[in-house]
Design a protein around this ligand. Structure first.
Ligand SMILES: CC(C)(COP(=O)(O)OP(=O)(O)OC[C@H]1O[C@@H](n2cnc3c(N)ncnc32)[C@H](O)[C@@H]1OP(=O)(O)O)[C@@H](O)C(=O)NCCC(=O)NCCS
Length: 168
């Protein structure tokens, strides 16, 4: 497994997470062609992530930095929101690894640490067009939950894409 450490994002570090969200949103804007989302603002930045403040006010939410070899390499936001409508204990709301560090096992090691240390029912909703993320979450789920994995597909106003669920 890659050398990965996780660090709670302190309130004073919110501007760091805001910076990373610019990169994250740029990545996701790949999937938003033909939609209203993901336009650059006149200042050359993407609109801020609307739920960020809640990660320090809502006790059900956890913001984490992911570091590899000591370097800041990504982030994860955890909550308890169920896209499937089924019961969940934990959900990955957002998860991102900087491009330089992709396909070196950093995401896998980070996600395995995150899920592996939090027993219960997990859910990861994957946007339909995000074809790379689905094999990634299947791999993570298999690592932490073995055969206790299932996948459902939703295509309605609430979500469009597969939802990977696993019991740790
Ligand atoms: C998806 C993401 C988190 C993967 O992070 P990563 O550090 O590159 O993933 P890993 O190197 O740990 O990959 C582990 C395994 O997952 C699978 N995988 C990861 N990225 C993949 C991709 N783009 N296409 C297909 N399979 C992929 C592979 O099986 C990989 O093992 P391998 O490299 O030995 O084949 C990263 O690409 C990312 O941040 N993407 C943008 C944000 C995003 O989509 N987040 C997920 C939201 S649901």
């Amino acid at each position: 497994m890659a050398d990965v450490t996780l660090h709670i994002v302190e309130p004073a570090q919110k501007p760091v997470l805001e910076n990373l969200f610019q990169l994250y949103t740029h990545d996701f804007s790949d999937f938003w062609g033909g939609r209203e989302e993901g336009e650059l603002q006149e200042d050359g930045r993407f609109a801020p992530y609307p739920y960020l403040d809640s990660y320090w006010t809502d006790t059900d939410r956890t913001p984490l930095f992911i570091r590899t070899e000591g370097f800041l390499a990504g982030f994860a936001l955890l909550n308890r929101f169920s896209h499937s409508g089924l019961p969940v204990d934990h959900a990955v709301a957002e998860f991102w690894i900087a491009r330089k560090h992709r396909r070196f096992g950093v995401g896998l090691a980070g996600a395995v640490k995150i899920l592996g240390h939090r027993p219960g029912q997990w859910e990861m909703a994957v946007a339909r067009r995000n074809t790379g993320a689905l094999p990634f979450w299947r791999r993570v789920a298999a690592e932490v939950a073995g055969s206790q994995v299932d996948e459902i597909d939703r295509d309605d106003d609430l979500w469009n894409g597969p939802i990977v669920r696993c019991r740790v």
